[in-house]
Design a protein around this ligand. Structure first.
Ligand code: ZN
Length: 854
C-alpha cells in the first residue's frame, strides 16, 4: 500500500503474528504555547510478542522526524527504518521491546494532537482526536482496532495546565516551569480510543455512585470541561445531569459495570465531528456549549450525543469491531441508544423518536439512494474507505434497522443479547457473527436470513398502500406493495386515520403485521370503513420510504397539519419530502404544504427540518423559472410566522433564523437591518450574538453589508465563533472578488483549520449566487486529484464536498462531473465516491426540477 494508507490485508497479517502487552507513551508538550514551535517530543515503548520469531513488522507513525528506534536493545538507523509513515523492524524475537523516539507535529486540522489559541485571552488548548487512524500522528503504534493493549501515558505540560487522559492520573510532579502527569495504565483498548486533553480548561466536577448487585458500590468521578472563555455559558449541571441519568439507565440495561473508572467530558475547539467516545475521556465539539439562545432541539441533540458516546463505553470501547467493516457494530448501536436512552433514561426529551424518524432517517434515506451506498456491514479495504464510512448508512440506517430488529425479536431478547455479548467479548474484538450468535440464543430465531436481507444488502424499499372499496365506502382489500432491488421482511404497523369531532386527524385503527415480498394483503382491514389517511409504517418500526394512495395524499394536501400525533405527523412530513426528492411531488407543492402547515408544527426539531427542506426545495428542486417567486413566498411566510409566534419562544427564534436565510426583498432586508441596529423590535426576540451573525449573513449575501460593518461586528465578538461567522459573511458577498478570496484562502494555502475551510465554502456556495460560482466549476474538477493528494483527508473531504458546484443546475455541470468520472477511473476510490455522491445530488435536483416544471 502506498503512503499513509493501511489495508485490511496488512492489518490481518500483522494481527496474525503479534500480540501487544502494553504501551508506555511519553509526550512532552511544554512547547505548545510557543506558536513558533511546530513539534513536540513523543517516546513510545511497546512490549509485544511475536508468534513467528525472525519475522518483520512495522509500527505506524506520521511524524516530521524520528530520532531513534531501538528493538530489544539494538539501535536501528531511523533513516532506513522510517519511510515517513511506517517504522520497519525486522528480526523479531518471541518477546520484544521496541522504543521509538520522534518529533510529532501539532495539528491544525483536528487530526492527531490539535492546538488552538483562544483569540479572547491568548490561552493555548490541546486535545487529541484519532479515529480511525490518527494516533500515529502522536505516537508510534500498531494502528488497527484489534491489537488492543493497556496504555500508560506520561505527559509533561506547562505548569499552569491540567491534563486528562483515558485513565486517572496517579502523580503530578513539578519540574521547573512544567508539570509531569503520570497516568494509571488503561484497560486493554484500541489505539484510536486513546486520548489526551491538556490546557487551562475550566472544569466542573461531580460524582456518580451506584450500588451493585454483589453489595459493592461503583464510584465514578465525573467532570466536564471547556475553554475558560466559554465558562460563563457552560451549563455543566445540565450536562452532568443527563450523564447521571444515562449511567443509571445503561447500567440497568447492560448489566455490566462501567469499566473505565472515571468519566470526563471535554468540549473542545475546532472539532471536526460531533463527539468521540474515548474511554473515560469523551471529547465533544464545543458548539454544544451554547453562547446564545438555541432551541430545545439543540439541547435534545446534545443530550442524544452524550448518551450516544456513553453507549460506546460498552458498544465500541469494551467490545470493539475487529476491523472497520464492522464499524456498524458500534455506531449503529450507539446511534440507536442515543434516542432509546433519551426516553428510557427519563430525560425531558420525550420526542426523541420523532427526531429520529424525521432527521436521522432523512440522512439514511439520502445516503442509501446514492450509487455509492453499501450494506450496513461494509467492505472496507483500507483506511481511506474507513474514513468515508462514518456515514448515513453506518449510523442512521444501522440504527433504524436495529429499531426494526427490536420490533422483530422483542426488546427483551435484544437486550439480553447485548448483555451476553458484553460478558462474552469484554475487552475483545468481534464481527457480525458474534452478535448474531447471542441474538439467536436469546430470541430463539434464525437471524441469518434477516441479517442477509437487512445488514448485507443495500438500498431502501418503498411501501405503498393499495386500497379498494365497495359502494358503501368499506375496504374490500388493503394491500402493501413493496418495491426496491431487494425485498425484505418488514414488521410494520398500518395506521388508519380519520377526522374527529374537533377536525383533527386521529388514529382510528392500527394493524401490526409482517410484510414480505412484493405484495402483502392486510387481511384485518377488509370490511373497515375507508379512512381519510392510510399511514404505512405508523409508529416508525421499520426502515422504508412511505408512499400514499391517491385519496390519502389528497387528504394530506388539505390537512397534513391536522394530524394530532406528532410522530405520525413527522412521518408524513418525511414521506412528502421523499416524494419531492424522488420527483414524484412538484417542489412548489411541497413548499405550499410547508407554508400552509409549518406554522402549526409544535415539534421544534421538525419545524427546523421543514425550514431547511423548503429552502432546498426552492434552491435546487424547483423549476428555475419559479425560483424567485418560491423564495419570495418563503420569506413572506417566515415574516408572517415570526410576527405571529409566541414571544420568546423557540418557534419565534426558528422563524427569525428562517427569515434571515430567505430574506431577499427590500422589506425583509429592511427588517433585518432594523433588528441589528435596534431600530426594529419583535416582542420577545432577543437579538443575541449568534442571531446577529445570522442577520449579518443575510445582509452580506445581499451585498448590503460593508467590510467596515462586518469588521466592527468581529471586533465586538472577537472569538473563535465570531471569526468563523465573519469569514462566512465575507465569502457570502455577491462579488467576484469575494468568491476569489474565499476560493484562494482554501485552495492556495494549507493554513486554515477545518472550521474556517467550512466557513469559506459555506459562504462561497450560496445557491442564489450560482452565476458567480459557475466560473469555478471547471477549476474545481481540474484541482480534485491534487487536493486529494496534498491535503489531509479531513480538509480534502471538506474541499471536495464544499466547493462542488451543486447549485449549477443547468446540466452543464452534470456533464463536467460525468466527464471527470469517466476520465479518472484510477482516482482514489474515496475521492471518486465523494464526487459520485455530489453528482448524484445534482442529477436528483434536475429530475425534481423536471417534475416541478411539468
Ligand atoms: Zn459514535
Amino acid at each position: 500500500m502506498p503512503g499513509k494508507n493501511l489495508s485490511r490485508d496488512e492489518a490481518q497479517q500483522r494481527a496474525s503474528i503479534l500480540a501487544v502487552d502494553g504501551y508506555q507513551v511519553r509526550l512532552d508538550v511544554t512547547s505548545a504555547p510557543d506558536q513558533a514551535a511546530g513539534t513536540f517530543r513523543s517516546t513510545t515503548t511497546v512490549t509485544f510478542r511475536c508468534s513467528r520469531p525472525g519475522a518483520d513488522t512495522f509500527l505506524d507513525l506520521l511524524a516530521p522526524a524520528v530520532r531513534s528506534v531501538t528493538l530489544n536493545g539494538r539501535a536501528l538507523d531511523p533513516a532506513t527504518a522510517y519511510d515517513g509513515a511506517r517504522v520497519h523492524v525486522d528480526g523479531l524475537a518471541a518477546e520484544n521491546v521496541l522504543t521509538v523516539e520522534a518529533d510529532c507535529a501539532y495539528s491544525r486540522t483536528g487530526e492527531g494532537l490539535h492546538r488552538f489559541v483562544d483569540p479572547v485571552d491568548g490561552e493555548t488548548y490541546l486535545y487529541t482526536h484519532y479515529e480511525p487512524a490518527d494516533a500515529r500522528r502522536v505516537f508510534a503504534n500498531f494502528e488497527q482496532p484489534d491489537l488492543k493493549a493497556p496504555f500508560t501515558f506520561t505527559v509533561t505540560a506547562p505548569a499552569a495546565w491540567d491534563v486528562w487522559s483515558n485513565a486517572p492520573h496517579e502523580t503530578v510532579a513539578a519540574d521547573g516551569g512544567a508539570r509531569t502527569w503520570e497516568f494509571a495504565p488503561t484497560r486493554p483498548i484500541s489505539t484510536y480510543l486513546t486520548a489526551v486533553v491538556a490546557g487551562p480548561y475550566h472544569v466542573a466536577r461531580d460524582h456518580y455512585r451506584r450500588e451493585l448487585a454483589d453489595g459493592t458500590a461503583l464510584e465514578i468521578p465525573l467532570s466536564a470541561m471547556c475553554r475558560r472563555s466559554l465558562a460563563p455559558y457552560f451549563d455543566a449541571d445540565e450536562i452532568l445531569g443527563v450523564t447521571k441519568l444515562g449511567l443509571d439507565f445503561f447500567h440497568e440495561e447492560f448489566d455490566y459495570p462501567y469499566p473505565f473508572g472515571k468519566y470526563d467530558q471535554a468540549f473542545v475547539p475546532e472539532y471536526n465531528i460531533g463527539a468521540m467516545e474515548n474511554p473515560g475521556c469523551v471529547t465533544f465539539r464545543e458548539e454544544y456549549v451554547f453562547r446564545s439562545k438555541v432551541t430545545d432541539a439543540a439541547y435534545e441533540a446534545r443530550a442524544n450525543v452524550i448518551l450516544h458516546e456513553m453507549a460506546h463505553m460498552w458498544f465500541g470501547d469494551l467490545v470493539t469491531m475487529r476491523w472497520w467493516d464492522d464499524l456498524w457494530l458500534k455506531e449503529s448501536f450507539a446511534d440507536f441508544m442515543g434516542s432509546y436512552g433519551l426516553i428510557g433514561a427519563r430525560t425531558r426529551y420525550s420526542s426523541a423518536w420523532v427526531t429520529f424518524a424525521n432527521q436521522r432517517k432523512a440522512w439514511a434515506y439520502r445516503q442509501d439512494q446514492f450509487p455509492t451506498t453499501h450494506p450496513i456491514t461494509a467492505d472496507i479495504r483500507d483506511l481511506e474507505d474507513a474514513k468515508l464510512n462514518f456515514d448515513g448508512i453506518t449510523y442512521a440506517k444501522g440504527a433504524s434497522v436495529l429499531k426494526q430488529l427490536v420490533a422483530y425479536v422483542g426488546s427483551e431478547a435484544f437486550f439480553e443479547g447485548a448483555r451476553r455479548y458484553f460478558k462474552r467479548h469484554a475487552f475483545g474484538n468481534t464481527e457480525l457473527g458474534d452478535l448474531l450468535e447471542v441474538l439467536e440464543e436469546t430470541s430463539g430465531r434464525d437471524l441469518k436470513s434477516w441479517a442477509a436481507a437487512w445488514l448485507q444488502t443495500s438500498g431502501v424499499n418503498a411501501l405503498t398502500p393499495q386500497v379498494t372499496t365497495d359502494a358503501e365506502g368499506r375496504i374490500t382489500e388493503l394491500a402493501v406493495l413493496q418495491d426496491g432491488d431487494v425485498l425484505r421482511p418488514h414488521r410494520i404497523a398500518v395506521g388508519l386515520y380519520d377526522r374527529d369531532a374537533d377536525g383533527a386527524l386521529v388514529r382510528t385503527g392500527r394493524i401490526e403485521l409482517d410484510v414480505t415480498g412484493a405484495r402483502t394483503v392486510v387481511a384485518e382491514a377488509a370490511g373497515l370503513p375507508r379512512p381519510a389517511l392510510v399511514l404505512l409504517n405508523d409508529d416508525d418500526l421499520t426502515y422504508c420510504k412511505i408512499r400514499f394512495d391517491e385519496e390519502s395524499l389528497e387528504n394530506l394536501r388539505a390537512g397534513l397539519g391536522d394530524i394530532r400525533d406528532e410522530l405520525a405527523r413527522a412521518l408524513t412530513w418525511s414521506a412528502v419530502w421523499n416524494l419531492t426528492r424522488d420527483g414524484l411531488m412538484p417542489a412548489r407543492d411541497y413548499v405550499a404544504l410547508v407554508l400552509r402547515f409549518a406554522g402549526q408544527e409544535d415539534n421544534i426539531g421538525v419545524l427546523q427540518s421543514l425550514h431547511a427542506q423548503a429552502k432546498t426545495a426552492v434552491d435546487l428542486y424547483a423549476d428555475p423559472a419559479w425560483r424567485a417567486e418560491g423564495g419570495r413566498l418563503l420569506a413572506d411566510g417566515a415574516l408572517r410566522e415570526l410576527r405571529g409566534a409566541v414571544p420568546g419562544s423557540d418557534h419565534q427564534l426558528a422563524w427569525a433564523r428562517f427569515l434571515a436565510q430567505t430574506a431577499g426583498g427590500a422589506e425583509h432586508l429592511g427588517l433585518v437591518r432594523g433588528l441589528l441596529a435596534g431600530s426594529a423590535r419583535i416582542d420577545g426576540l432577543e437579538v443575541d450574538q449568534d442571531l446577529r451573525w445570522s442577520l449579518w449573513l443575510a445582509l452580506a449575501a445581499a451585498g448590503q453589508a460593508t467590510d467596515e460593518e462586518l469588521a466592527a461586528e468581529l471586533a465586538a465578538d472577537n472569538t473563535a465563533s465570531g471569526k468563523r461567522h465573519h469569514t462566512q459573511c465575507l465569502a457570502a458577498r455577491p462579488t467576484a472578488e469575494a468568491k476569489a478570496a474565499a476560493w484562494s484562502a482554501v485552495i492556495d494555502s494549507d493554513e486554515l483549520p477545518s472550521a474556517l475551510v467550512e466557513a469559506n465554502t459555506a459562504g462561497f456556495s450560496i445557491p442564489a449566487q450560482r452565476d458567480l460560482a459557475a466560473l469555478y466549476a471547471a477549476p474545481y474538477f481540474k484541482l480534485l486529484e491534487r487536493v486529494w493528494a496534498e491535503r489531509s483527508i479531513e480538509i480534502a473531504m471538506r474541499i471536495v464536498g464544499g466547493f462542488f458546484p451543486i447549485a449549477q443546475t443547468d446540466g452543464q455541470t452534470l456533464a463536467e462531473a460525468d466527464a471527470w468520472l469517466a476520465g479518472h477511473p484510477q482516482a482514489a476510490p474515496a475521492l471518486r465516491r465523494l464526487v459520485l455522491e455530489r453528482r448524484d445530488d445534482l442529477a436528483r435536483a434536475l429530475r425534481a426540477q423536471a417534475c416541478d416544471r411539468a
